[in-house]
Design a binder for this molecule. Structure first.
Ligand code: ATP
Length: 457
């Protein structure tokens, strides 16, 4: 059987780094198992769902190097959901209830006062045809609840209501259906809650593994029961921990915090984001992987920790730096052109500069420093000006070789008696206008003799 997974966001905002974690867990699982990855938009909430968010999600996934085998929209699958509802009604697994929200609240209070669990008492199951006709005559419309099964292991065992499964991420898991109300699957107005379309579509698309955030663990107990009630094979389930902001707040598509779009627009590399989204909150070291197949090799869902994991933007910058440093010039040539970095100096410039960049876009300022002039703002003491003038006068004639910089600084040391920081910092400031940056030995050939002398104070 082909492994088939799905990522099922609601198109109600910009997907964030936590959603990307779910998408990547599924994508890497599919890659590892040569399986299929379906992107399913859970867009049955017509009020909040928007096509532009769906389009944006697909764009974000492509940018992260996730390429769905199929894209589906739940809103276009109503007929298939209705068919599942009819089957459940026929088998008695779905039953009509007529209580208003106030009546339900009152019942809940009464059960609590009697020290019974505050769950729905299944009164709807007891209605006669006449009761139902009376409710309808009052103008009430039914909502439909799914009768959760009670399991009896053998006739001598008490009734068991636990559903267990072996979670791909968390190991042995159990949900006690006895502690839950029979869930409403169809509202009074005929619209569906999340559970039914989700299970009906998982069945129809042949989903073999449902991998998602642990906000769904309890849903899974109910959903397994629903798969069974619909006579379908129950897929395997995996629930990974959720990501939070660095200060521990939850993420939501509606706020736009840590959205993939904002991370992309801030100039981060997709593999830095993917590496962090997958490896953070696991027992794996968060080290950058430069392509998806390598990340897939590292990916082990069972290594994921159970508690929520804080997403630290500083980690992301460090990963980004490491990924940039490992990038061959060829892979970047076209992108650099877009920043104006081109010509014969482009490659040696990249090699000299790449270890100093947080983001690729930072090349612009360095390119200007190298090809035009240092950023203004440095003022030298009279003593340093004298030193620099002396130093620049010692600059060797061209042609230059690999050892030219060393030769120059040895001559400066000998003539001026300066060494270490006292020698190198004024040189660096004069050549680049900055206190830190690439090796001066690598920069010098880029400046050339004329360019270097032009920086003499
Ligand atoms: N913070 C998070 N960390 C990891 N996974 C998450 C996080 N938030 C949501 N997910 C997962 O992303 C998938 C898509 O979920 P959904 O579309 O409901 O997103 P959401 O961000 O939870 O929703 P909302 O639209 O309410 O902000 C689900 O599998 C869910 O478990």
């Amino acid at each position: 059987m082909t492994v088939t997974v799905r990522f099922a966001p609601s198109p109600t905002g910009q997907i964030h780094i936590g959603n990307a974690r779910t998408a990547l867990f599924n994508w890497l699982f599919a890659l590892k198992n040569r399986g299929r990855f379906i992107l399913r938009f859970d867009d049955t909430d017509a009020e909040r769902s928007r096509q532009e968010y769906a389009d944006q999600t697909l764009y974000d996934l492509h940018w992260l190097n996730i390429f769905p085998d199929a894209v589906e929209y739940q809103s276009r699958r109503r007929a298939s959901h209705e068919e599942a509802v009819e089957r459940l009604k026929r088998s008695g697994a779905l039953y009509p209830c007529y209580e208003t929200a106030e009546e339900l609240e009152l019942k809940r209070k009464i059960r609590l006062s009697r020290r019974l669990p505050p769950i729905y008492g299944r009164e709807g199951l007891a209605y006669s045809n006449q009761d139902r006709a009376n409710f309808e005559a009052e103008g009430r419309k039914p909502h439909w609840r799914f009768r959760l099964p009670n399991y009896r292991r053998d006739p001598f065992d008490p009734v068991r209501t636990e559903i267990t499964w072996t979670d791909i991420v968390r190991g042995r898991e159990m949900v006690d259906l006895g502690s839950l109300s029979d869930p409403i699957l169809v509202r009074e107005d005929g619209t569906y809650l999340y559970t039914l379309p989700s299970v009906a579509d998982d069945i129809e698309f042949g989903i073999t593994h449902v991998i998602r955030g642990d906000d769904h663990v309890t849903n899974t107990g109910v959903q397994i029961a629903l798969f069974q009630a619909l006579g379908a094979t129950v897929p395997a389930f995996g629930h990974h921990n959720l990501l939070t902001t660095a200060t521990g707040e939850g993420l939501s598509k509606r706020t736009g915090a840590l959205s993939i779009r904002s991370l992309r627009e801030s100039g981060l590399e997709p593999m830095a984001i993917a590496s962090l989204a997958v490896l953070t909150g696991t027992s794996e070291n968060v080290v950058p992987e430069s392509d998806m197949l390598k990340l897939a090799e590292r990916f082990d869902p069972a290594a994921t920790s159970r508690s929520a994991s804080k997403f630290d933007p500083d980690d992301l910058t460090n990963l980004n730096r490491a990924i940039i440093q490992a990038m061959p010039f060829e892979a970047l040539r076209d992108r650099l052109v877009a920043y104006g970095v081109m010509g014969e100096k482009a490659e040696p410039f990249w090699m000299a500069i790449k270890g100093n960049l947080d983001r690729v876009q930072d090349v612009t300022s360095w390119w200007k420093i190298v090809t035009v002039r240092p950023e203004p703002g440095v003022t030298f003491s009279a003593e340093d000006v004298a030193f620099l003038r002396e130093a620049f006068d010692l600059l060797p004639e061209e042609p230059w070789e690999a050892g030219t910089f060393k030769e120059w600084t040895s001559a400066i040391r000998e003539k001026t008696g300066r060494k270490g920081k006292a020698l190198f910092m004024p040189l660096r400031l004069a050549l680049t206008g900055r206190e830190s940056g690439p090796e001066l030995a690598d920069l010098l050939p880029l400046l050339g003799r004329a360019g270097t002398l032009a920086r003499r104070p």
